[in-house]
Design a protein around this ligand. Sequence first.
Ligand code: MBD
Ligand code: FE
Length: 282
Amino acid sequence: MTATPAPTAAGSGANATAAFRAGTTRRGPADVDQQRVSTVAHALLDAVHGVIRDHEITYPEFQAAKQWLIDVGEGGEWPLFLDVFVEHEVEQVAERTQHGTKGTIEGPYYLPGQKTLPAVTALPQRADEKGDVLVFTGQVRALDGTPLGGAEVDIWHADADGYYSGFAPHIPDGNLRGVITTDDQGRFEITTVQPAPYQIPTDGPTGKLITAAGWHPWRPAHLHLMVRAPGYRQITTQLYFHGGEWLDSDVASATKDELVLTPETRPDGRRQATYDFDLEPA
Ligand code: MBD
Ligand code: FE
């Protein structure tokens, strides 16, 4: 049987709700001090009230917004919506205190506990995995240049059709995901395939808002990474591709000039890209 891969929102954006719940321990506790809650909740409501006044929101519009909010929750798309339209601002605040390699948003499709792999490796992939071969090399080091052997490069990315394993039912679990340990010089060489741009599922409430507003639903092609070493602050980031479509208009507003790879085509036809990660002390 040849099924055309056509994951619906229920098969991707919605699954991110279960993945988010499972990740509670990884994220640490939020500040729930009463004064903090009161200040932030007031500021948020003030902002909403301001929009209503400034744009003279009508009753039908208010009720349509209420229905849409209900739909996002019932469709399990809060992680998708919030990571696309809000997370970048939280990350910008975090960035104020971060040195070394730039971070960017995690997004909704990280899954912990993937296969551990040696410094020179290929990511788990299907025998007939579609797409151009991409060899991603680099070095993990401290801010002072010390190579960090035994560091972890936790990588995940979409396939050549733009779908993520664990969130699209036709892809085997763990596909194009892995946790690489660097060699004693902090180096790694990961063979994988070039990911495609990612399209926000158009059949769910997030996609419906995007369509209703006449926006586009695309993220440029990207690799997701967490890079960690004991005693250093973990970096969560993404790497993009020079000349890639949507690089200048990411729907998730998560690109940064410092995070763009320029792959070279080797004589054997494979594309090779290099990026070094600089971690600051924890
Ligand atoms: C993605 O692949 C992604 O990286 C983000 C941030 C949001 C939705 C899908
Ligand atoms: Fe992504």
